[in-house]
Design a protein around this ligand. Structure first.
Ligand code: FNR
Length: 183
């Protein structure tokens, strides 16, 4: 494959989201044939099964973006020891109608940053559970749990020196995983 398009789902709508910054900085660690696109999830309707036969335009757009990608990247905060509702809502929308999920077989990576000491560990574990059901092969190792600290990002939005080698290792494993499972 000459190019790998990656649909990036960020689990925060916050303007200054650390997870959005992390997603943008991570993309800079990838090889040139990987193109990352942060998909919009803030304009999706709340999932309603009554609308399955008549999905709203933002849902169709999200599903098309996922279908047109070779891989997925989830970068999410932890909210109350789980994944944020906006992310679960996006996943529910794009997984339906039954039998027409956009996710099946798309390989993924999961990581996140939070202010808490466990660095999104429980949110990631819940997300892995959801992705397993959706038949999304998800990179298992290395795991990345980041607690937000000064110096995580440089002023120009790159990963800071203290975390760079660690995250580069993750990106290398992610790239190999996507290449192995891309459909
Ligand atoms: C949080 N935060 C949080 N942090 C954590 O480590 N574990 C948690 O369970 C929670 N729960 C939680 C719930 C809600 C509703 C909010 C708004 C926040 C704090 C969270 O890590 C922090 O706000 C991050 O900065 C959120 O990520 P973004 O928006 O910066 O990407």
């Amino acid at each position: 494959m000459s190019e790998y398009k990656i649909a990036v789902l960020v689990g925060s709508l916050r303007h200054d989201s650390l997870n959005r910054k992390l997603a943008s900085a991570l993309a800079k660690l990838a090889p040139q044939d990987f193109k990352f696109h942060q998909v919009e999830i803030g304009d999706l309707p709340l999932y309603n099964q009554d609308e399955d036969a008549n999905q709203a335009a933002p849902v169709k757009r999200l599903k098309a973006e996922i279908a047109g990608s070779q891989g997925l990247l989830f970068v999410t905060p932890e909210y109350n020891r789980s994944i944020p509702g906006v992310l679960k809502n996006a996943i529910d929308n794009a997984s339906r109608p039954y039998g027409q999920s956009a996710f099946a077989g798309k390989p993924a990576g999961v990581l996140g940053v939070s202010v808490g000491a466990i660095g999104t560990a429980l949110a990631q574990q819940h997300l892995r559970n959801v992705l397993a059901y959706l038949d999304v092969p998800t990179l298992g190792q290395p795991e990345i749990f980041i607690q937000a600290k000064d110096g995580l990002f440089t002023d120009s939005g790159e990963i800071g020196e203290s975390s760079k080698a660690f995250l580069q290792k993750w990106m290398d494993a992610y790239v190999a995983w996507i290449k192995r499972h891309a459909v």
